[in-house]
Design a binder for this molecule. Structure first.
Ligand code: GSH
Length: 228
């Protein structure tokens, strides 16, 4: 049985966008896993993987860290129901994951950072304050978030334009069926959903309808997860 180490916040919330990618990838392949929650200050749990970040999986004798490496590993070790059906699908997924990491997460983080902080387990809050404070140049996350939202929600929506155009034409980013490109972007929305009540999308945005489809996927895995 595969074990997945997943970041945990208060009340068993699971915000990590990269762990969501791993969970979608496991479901896509029909693989069951054992869940192992890990708080920011419990890195000793993943010391065996020599990793400072989650997701990490233990799959039989194999230890794999990093969401992209996990996806590649799953297809190699469990060839049924491939995540990447072809070289082109792999290339497209790689681009999408990179775009979400660099453009989408970057636009999202400032407008939810205060809400994230409020939901970090109290025992992990000093770690979050110090590490994210260094990144943002302030530890007043509530004020930072409020200011960021003045222009940041519109900027976030605008960053999503390539996905919006695609989803006007097709049901999923990967085409008729969801695949890794969808999981990569869905991870970002689940990050926001578990940590923040902020309304990110207009009702008539094609991304809104796609997000509903993604929340319903795999028996409502995303929808059932504890939201903010
Ligand atoms: N490139 C890595 C990034 C993983 C990552 O940044 N994970 C975050 C949670 S979303 C983490 O574990 N952070 C630990 C920390 O900040 O101390 C992947 O794709 O798995």
């Amino acid at each position: 049985m595969i074990t997945l180490y997943d970041l945990v916040f208060q009340d068993d919330r699971r915000p990590s966008p990269f762990c969501w990618r791993a969970k979608f990838a496991l479901k896509h392949k029909g693989l069951a896993w054992r869940d192992e929650p890990m708080g920011f200050t419990e890195k000793q749990k993943i010391a065996f993987a020599r990793s400072q970040t989650v997701p990490v999986i233990h799959d039989g004798p194999e230890v794999v860290k990093d969401s992209w490496a996990i996806a590649r590993h799953l297809d190699e070790a469990h060839p049924d129901k491939p995540l990447f059906e072809s070289e082109a699908a792999l290339a497209n997924a790689r681009f999408m994951a990179g775009w979400v990491d660099t453009a989408v997460h970057t636009a999202l983080f400032p407008i939810i950072v205060g809400d994230l902080y409020d939901r970090v387990r109290p025992v992990d809050q000093p770690y979050f304050r110090e590490s994210r404070g260094k990144r943002l140049g302030t530890t007043d996350f509530a004020a930072f978030q409020e200011k960021a939202r003045e222009t940041g929600v519109a900027a976030f929506r605008s960053v999503l334009e390539p996905a919006r155009r695609t989803l006007r034409e097709q049901q999923f980013l990967a085409g008729r069926q969801p695949a890794y490109p969808d999981y990569a972007l869905a991870g970002a929305f689940l990050w926001a959903r578990t940590a923040s009540p902020l309304s990110l999308l207009e009702q008539d945005d094609p991304i809104h309808a796609w997000r509903e489809r993604m929340l319903d996927l795999f028996d409502g895995m995303g929808r059932k997860a504890k939201a903010a």
